[in-house]
Design a protein around this ligand. Structure first.
Ligand SMILES: NC(=O)c1ccc[n+]([C@@H]2O[C@H](COP(=O)([O-])OP(=O)(O)OC[C@H]3O[C@@H](n4cnc5c(N)ncnc54)[C@H](O)[C@@H]3O)[C@@H](O)[C@H]2O)c1
Length: 360
């Protein structure tokens, strides 16, 4: 399947971090018309889409993937050639305090989206039916936690440990069932932790940058020993393009950057970059702002992705190393202080992390 100008993509959650990076990347390439369905929860931000607001190939629809009549209307009105489902509640901490929204969107919302897609897809002409794709964007957290060694492969056992990962695991199973039961051409991707521009500042890297530039404490859970496998967001978006273009329906693709770092290493590197980029800052060395706080319940120790399948079968390679990607990210947040500020002026309250006064 080739992406081209005539192609219409329904992107859900395209006002969030990864979805918006995907939409902006697609628009920059001029390869597709985008219908962007997003409920604009606290994590959705139209500021991020400002540059494509009046673009004739970008249509923003405010609404939920769980709103079946709306989703059916959007499908029949815009006739997409493919759907890419980013829409989700995505923050583990929030899922611990308020799991219900996670079940509503990640489980039931994905179900409604799949079901509406199936009804739409089955009445397409044969050629369009054959080339139609539904890409379900998921996470490595569905596989649970690793010990000191080993990596997640596509066949690793599902062992979700948080309400977030359990809801995503459930959505992956639904996606799988829609392929096996109905033949809907679904492809699922499980990706490791992303970082980069436009990430909501409740997530580790933007939170640390944000606090550090203001001289506020940098709260790290436990001893900072939890390991995540970091991937620069545009590398994730390019992987999703490859899955859309060349992936095999029914298959699962793990996506990861082979960049395992402890949380403490990540924060240390952010601090070192800030020391370098802000030589006049009164808060240098920024690492003295690091503060260890009580660990969160059920905190998975280590995630690591074996991405050899997507590398081998679809020829995908990340472009950024952790060092180059992180330097670009820190630079971006420094250069886009007004984006940061407007996000923080909004509904963000910095729940959890034990130290709310440090987060806003
Ligand atoms: N961020 C990561 O590190 C990471 C890693 C792997 C996979 N993922 C997955 O990628 C996807 C995107 O993650 P993100 O970090 O961009 O999340 P995000 O929280 O930044 O954005 C989610 C977007 O979905 C929208 N949304 C929420 N509920 C909705 C609903 N019911 N209907 C329509 N829109 C809704 C929000 O308004 C927001 O714009 C998620 O499915 C997540 O599970 C994220």
């Amino acid at each position: 399947m080739r992406l081209n100008k005539e192609r219409t993509l329904l992107v859900t959650g395209g006002a969030g971090f990864i979805g918006a990076n995907f939409v902006l990347g697609q628009m920059a390439q001029g390869v597709s018309r985008i219908i962007n369905l997003d409920a604009l929860t606290y994590a959705g931000n139209l500021d991020t889409l400002e540059s494509v607001k009046d673009h004739p190939d970008h249509v923003f629809v405010l609404g939920s993937i769980g709103d079946r009549p709306l989703v059916e209307y959007v499908l029949n009105r815009y006739r997409p050639d493919a759907i890419i489902n980013f829409a989700a509640e995505s923050h583990v901490d929030r899922s611990i305090d308020s799991p219900e929204a996670f079940m509503q969107t990640n489980l039931l919302g994905t179900f409604q989206l799949l079901e509406a897609s199936r009804l739409y897809w089955r009445q397409l002409p044969d050629k369009a039916k054959k080339s139609f794709r539904f890409v379900h964007v998921s996470t490595d957290e569905v596989y649970g936690s690793l010990g000191d060694s080993g990596k997640f492969v596509e066949t690793s056992r599902y062992q979700p440990n948080s309400p977030y990962s359990a809801s995503k695991a459930g959505s992956d199973h639904l996606a799988r069932a829609y392929f096996h039961t109905y033949g809907l051409p679904v492809l699922t991707t499980n990706c490791s932790n992303n970082y980069g521009p436009y990430q909501f500042p409740e997530k580790l890297i933007p939170l640390m940058i944000n606090n550090a530039v203001q001289g506020k404490p940098l709260p790290i859970y436990g001893a900072g020993a939890n390991v995540r496998d970091w991937l620069f967001v545009s590398d994730h978006c390019r992987a999703l393009e490859r899955v859309l273009e060349a992936g095999t329906p029914g298959e699962v693709y793990n996506i990861g950057g082979n960049n395992e770092k402890t949380n403490l290493e990540v924060v240390d590197t952010v601090c070192a970059l800030l020391d370098e980029m802000l030589p006049q800052s009164p808060y240098r060395p920024h690492r003295k702002l690091i503060t260890f706080v009580g660990d969160r319940p059920g905190h998975d120790l280590r995630y690591a992705i074996d991405a050899s399948k997507i590398r081998r079968e679809l020829g995908w390679e990340p472009h950024e190393t952790f060092e180059t990607g992180l330097a670009k990210t820190v630079r971006w947040y420094l250069d886009n202080a007004s984006w940061r500020q407007r996000v923080l002026d909004g509904s963000y309250r910095g729940e959890r992390l034990d130290m709310p006064e440090n987060l806003a």
